[in-house]
Design a protein around this ligand. Sequence first.
Ligand code: CTP
Ligand code: MG
Length: 587
Amino acid sequence: MLKLIKYIKLREWLLFLLSLVFIFAQVFLDLKLPDYMSNITRLVKTAGSDAGDVWRAGGMMLLCSLGSLASSVMVCFLASKVAAGFSRRLRAVIFEKVESFTLEEINAFSTASLITRSTNDVNQVQMLIIMAMQVVVKAPVMAVWAIMKIAGKAWQWSLATGIAVAVLTVLLLVVLKFTFSRFKKIQWLQDALNHAARENLNGIRVVRAHNAEDYQEKKFEKANTDLLENSLYVNRVTTLMSPFMSLTMNCLSMSIYWIGAVLINSVASGTAAAVELRVGIFADMIVLMSYAMQVIAAFIMIIIVIMIAPRALVAAGRINEVLETEPKVTDGTRDGNTGLRGEVEFRNVSFTYPGGSGAVLENISFTAHRGETVAFIGSTGSGKTSLVNLVPRFYDVTEGEVLVDGVNVKEYVLEELYKKISYVPQTSVMFSGTVKSNVLFGSHAREERLEKALGISMSEEFVDELEDRENSEMAQRGTNFSGGQKQRLSIARALSREAEILIFDDTFSALDFKTDRELRDALNRETEGMTKLIVAQRIGTIMSADRIIVLDEGRQVGTGTHGELLKSCEVYRQIALSQLSEEELAL
Ligand code: CTP
Ligand code: MG
């Protein structure tokens, strides 16, 4: 929690200070009330006093109450404002931080947990701030102030109040002992619940098709029940607090009256002075009653904060974990002007996934010069995606070097590196918005490139048929478009930027053969100066590449043109033979 304090801005500190003024006003007014009450008691009990004085004292009491009410509304208002502003900032910082994460960090936290951390966890902290601002200063001030006022009266009363406070403290400690670890657990269970819900929604079509609703429900049920049990446990234990608190309070008021009665009785009766004394004790008792209640009330407020604090502290810790995680991929210092353009080189690159057991890529070396097309082929799981992911530094190499335009990718300012590269992932990613906003994604692409990009990527044919053309709505994750259409749009997105290097990770697989061919022709025509790295499963897609790299279980088993590889590389021949006839290959 303390580490998060630095995200509170000056404005909020000022509002906090302002709230202190109202808190002091409120405490002052609350503690003023008993004074008037004792006045009234005296006035009523003393013969010959003026009814007008009673009314005046009553009126002052009313004013004090209203003033206290207004102050407490103000404090609440200010607390909400501070807490809301703070959590808004916190969410923004988390969002920004998560954007800087690589897949490694995101996987380490898990998406579900990152979402709970930026929503539910922030809410917990926000709630604690609201409560704390109203109570943390007020309660001790109130308690100390009230105790000081009690101190002047008979010691028996102070003792009774002290015992009550001690009982409540023990009660609180016992409850905390039983609930603290559970509060921690609840935040993690929230992650699990979120995870189960997300997974189910993302895979809803597969779930339906496999009649796996029951199976999924059971998984969700487990997460849900776990959360229920823990919340119930915590709530049951904390609910016990309430009757015990009332009991203690009632015992205290009883003792105060009892002590008062004993004190009054002990005064010898008969004389006028004695009557005076008795009235005095009686008035003291009334006042004391209110003060004692204020002490207890202050104490209860503290208890409430302490009850919600553990959960919020856990949440704060979890938020802090995200904010303190430094992404493994860090910015370099070099800008993009290196004198070369569109050159990609791998030098003896080996790569192991973080936490993975074995090397996924071993000793890969090749160079792609400006304007060349280099293709990668190999069976499923041979490491093609892993290889191209190293160019935009989605991961960093374990050994060797990846160079872009002659400079190690690690040396670039990340933004400069990304500017050089356009990347189309294996599974197309669409965002809610329009076709246009998806193609001209971000602010980097210029509008006039839209038509061209749609043209080259063969998207025009279906975009033309849409009612609003490029302004047609696209649902989240592009669910209202076909797989092949999404793939073409994501190619268009890559083309709308003026990058030097284009990376296509198996991007043509969802296209029919005819579109595939036309798209490649258009691509070759229009992107002459760009270097293209193409991952593909189909020999036909890559036959005309300048260089083909054949991967087998992460090793580079062949490098050359289609013709060369047919002769020299057995793995390539096998792939080729499985897709094309001997005659086609001979061509
Ligand atoms: N892998 C991994 N951790 C990841 C991604 C992949 O350990 N986060 C492993 C996979 O288990 C696989 C190997 O890395 O054995 C290569 O994966 P990948 O590069 O994705 O293979 P591709 O050649 O791209 O396979 P495909 O054709 O199916 O896309
Ligand atoms: Mg792949």
